[in-house]
Design a protein around this ligand. Structure first.
Ligand SMILES: [Zn+2]
Length: 470
């Protein structure tokens, strides 16, 4: 006799063409949130999604947000959905977004970005296919597969889909905070599928780095000066700035800010083990960056440098001479931009304090009569959760059921601000469950999702909910 999951998987396979058609319909709506002229399409996409959910028997709540600040354009609504309200079942909250990045054929697409186009390798090209319409619809397809298989749905599902993710999630944080003890109050755990695998193997993400971004301005003369006339007689802002920026780190990436390395969480034996079997090589790094300029010799060091240690990057200098030629200018005012990717146990305030102190001290050493100003442009905390939590264990079992292997437990070097917002507001474990492959080119021309990842992804979500229920 077939097990419950075998029955579910067979049902997914049987109606997989229908699921691809659903994705086709979604990709056909150009819900580009960055373009106010396309806002009606984003709203249309939200309505389409709400209708699909209603068709599956979910209770849907379309929540309007305010007007976008500084314009007369309405923000697209948050689509809330509830499927099941059995007090004896766990309640899983899911998040996704129905807006997409801009796309036009002239950017390098071989086919219309808003027509889902398959090739003979099973790749389905289209804007939003992997980010995030494929994963969002996979949740709907999971509900439908349970229904068609005649299997009771294992959990209660609370759904939260936004339409501004690609434009800074305007309005979402306030909404989540206001509903944390309302619509989302019964949440036992959260699952977000809005990222891709590290390589060619399924993975689960349990940590993200934070970001503190700074700007340092050095100014002196009232206007740009000629180096032939004034060079040697005046303190030069750009020279001062370059000294300060150079003092932040060494050539091998070591951060030189006093007190900063001390606040990084020590590496434990248990954490080291997580890096052992991760499917990634330094060759993968080199092929992605298009050069052999990686700093470390081992994969483990490379991954740790990207995930569990802080990094400092200098991004640019505003106001400096930057066009070809040999203009003999002394810029009067220059602004350097740099940022730190932060990790446990660094705090936002502590990092700001140490960085500002370091920059001021280094500038003081120059004995310059110029003026230095430093400001914080952006700040966001890191996020780290427990990969042994039942939420992760359920997802890990699901991946073993569907893919026949244990997922890599990974962290990411970038940030997904919504994960932190939800954790702080709702206070429950968050699972990041990627669906697409690293080659999916989210945000780029020729974004795609493999049919296999989409269909097996539906199986994975269904099996995950099955294991959540125990
Ligand atoms: Zn996304």
């Amino acid at each position: 006799m077939a097990t419950i999951m075998e029955k579910y998987f067979a049902t997914v396979d049987n109606i997989s063409d229908h699921f691809v058609e659903r994705l086709q319909k979604a990709v056909a709506i150009p819900s580009v949130s960055a373009d106010p002229a396309r806002r009606h399409d984003v709203v249309r996409m939200g309505e389409w999604l709400a209708n699909e959910l209603r068709g599956l028997g979910a209770d849907v709540d379309v929540r309007p947000l305010s007007k976008q600040a500084g314009s007369e354009v309405d923000l697209p609504p948050i689509i809330l959905g509830r499927y099941g309200s059995d007090r004896n079942k766990k309640t899983i909250m899911i998040y996704g977004h129905y807006d997409v990045q801009p796309a036009s054929k002239s950017d390098g697409w071989e086919s219309d970005p808003f027509v889902l186009t398959s090739d003979d390798q099973g790749r389905m090209f289209g804007r939003g296919s992997t980010d995030d319409k494929g994963p969002v619809l996979a949740w709907l397809n999971t509900i439908e597969s349970y229904q068609n298989a005649g299997i009771p749905f294992p959990v209660n599902l609370l759904m939260c889909f936004e339409g501004m993710e690609e434009s800074g999630s305007i309005g979402l944080e306030g909404f989540i905070n206001s509903e944390a003890q309302g619509y989302f109050a019964e949440t036992d755990a959260i699952c977000i599928s809005d990222s891709c695998w590290l390589g060619e193997k399924p993975c689960l993400t349990y940590g993200l780095r934070g970001l503190n971004y700074f700007s340092v301005t050095v100014s002196g003369p009232a206007q740009d000066l000629h180096s032939g006339i004034f060079g040697g007689a005046v303190h030069e802002p750009l020279g001062d700035l370059v000294h300060v920026l150079a003092s932040l780190s060494d050539g091998d990436g070591t951060i030189k800010i006093i007190g900063l390395p001390e606040v990084v969480a020590p590496l434990t034996e248990k954490e080291t083990c997580l890096y052992r079997d991760i499917q990634f090589t330094n060759e993968d790094l080199h092929s992605t960056i298009g050069s052999k300029t990686g700093i470390f010799n081992t994969t483990k060091e490379t991954l740790m440098a990207r995930w569990r240690y802080p990094s400092l990057s200098v991004h640019g200098i505003e106001g400096a001479f930057s066009t070809p030629g040999s203009k003999t200018v002394i810029p009067a005012r220059v602004t350097g931009k740099f940022s730190l990717r932060t990790v446990p146990n660094m705090t936002v305030e502590q990092v700001n304090e140490l960085v500002i102190q370091h920059v001021r001290e280094e500038f003081q050493k120059l004995n310059s009569k110029n003026i230095l100003e430093i400001s914080v442009l952006q700040k966001g905390k890191w996020w780290l959760t427990d990969p042994d939590h039942w939420n992760y264990v359920a997802a890990s079992k699901a991946i073993e059921d569907v893919w026949g292997l244990k997922p890599d437990l990974i962290r990411e070097g970038g940030s997904i601000p919504i994960a932190l917002v939800m954790e702080q507001a709702i206070g429950k474990n968050i699972l990041l469950l990627p669906m697409g492959r690293s080659t999916d080119a989210a945000h780029s021309p020729r974004e795609k999702i493999d049919r296999n990842n989409y269909i097996e992804g539906i199986k994975t979500l269904g099996a995950y909910l099955h294991h959540v229920a125990g």
